[in-house]
Design a protein around this ligand. Sequence first.
Ligand SMILES: Cc1ncc(COP(=O)(O)O)c(C=O)c1O
Length: 452
Amino acid sequence: MTAGRQPRSRSASRLGVASGEARAGPDWFDEGYRHIWMPYAQMQTAPLPEAVKATRGTRIELWDGRELIDGVASWWSACHGYNHPHIRDAVRRQLDVMPHVMLGGLANEPVFTLAARLAALAPGSLNRVFFSESGSVAVEVAMKMAVQYWRNLGQPKRRKFVCFDGAYHGDTIGAMAVGDPEGGVHGAVADLMEGQYRLALPRDDKTLADFCSFVGAKAPECAAVILEPLVQGAGGMLFHNAEMLCAVRDVAAAHGLLLILDEIMTGLGRLGTLFACQQAGVVPDIMTLSKSLTGGTLPLAATIATAQVFGAFLSDNPDRALMHGPTFAGNALACAAANASLDLFEREPRLAQVRAIEKRLSAGLEPCRGMAGVVDVRVKGAVGVVELDRIDDVNRLRARFIAEGCWIRPFANVVYLMPAFTIGEDDLARLTETVVTVVGEWSALRPFAREA
Ligand SMILES: Cc1ncc(COP(=O)(O)O)c(C=O)c1O
């Protein structure tokens, strides 16, 4: 892979230039592109986005008829594949009855049913569900809950969070403040965030001892520890083991800190159990969910608290209530989709599918190990990662995957696969073979890329 940038057209008349071929685009593209601000994109140099016509199962059909095998599941959310008929039917039925009604003071069936179902599925006494519309907001709500929990208990000084290098919890201000701005994507606005305590994630005796002594010293000013259990996702697809998760839980508990586990990426099957924390037998005080909650069809997030946390908000004093209420909290369409998604977890062998994917990812990505520039190959559940020493031109690497008919989006220094749990054996094999091919090319051309 050479480091030079391709010249790029800003016009749909050259749509698909990233894959090396110019094609005519749809008529909505040019005018829309002049006005849209795309996520995570340097708009001056980013390749034009691929125009999507439709999605189906684990395939993305592009406007010009090409089809991509999806290795990303729309940022890890479309766990049942796209357009699952059961979710589609549930949303259609709900649309006819009531797409949305405010949750303040009004109840609707899908949201109440979903709250009860999530409470039954969540481990331990996690049984109070607060709904919002995105993962970042679910994290904000968890943080608010933790700080106010202590205020309600008469300890208002406990309002800092202990978080970890490599963490990613979302793009809103509070969520960014407990993420890792250096390793992550928020360096440009790092000044905006109130300082929290960010430490190395315990991975060995030394980092565990450091974590332990830090928490011991700072506990009186700390509300909670926040962590993505077992896999830190957008911070670099970094893994830690169940033993370390238990150790974090034990240290937090020993010093009275709440434990917030952000299962937005790991929860709902991605690591082979319904929730990642179950692999360690750890029950947090607060847990966040989103992404796969609606099978990736509609925006919805949940912040689930234990009975004990919820109890601290009960009072004759209105000031002790949790003052949060997004306009679209408990949106009936999204909750209908989430209930249908939970039906699928009950009726179809999702966790077994994830375990089969884990085996295929391990075998399929193994040839990358030992290639020059490959730092690590690791797999946990339906997360397969090839870590490179560096990626000089991520856009070029992404374009190679598209040219091979795969939707794979390397970032930072990782190439990863997180497909739908329903992906067929052949499509998964195509994804892993393509990773091996493209990483192999990258590995062979790497010295030249460095010189360019
Ligand atoms: C662990 C984790 N927390 C929070 C978020 C933020 O979710 P959203 O993008 O829905 O705001 C993400 C998104 O990738 C995530 O992976």
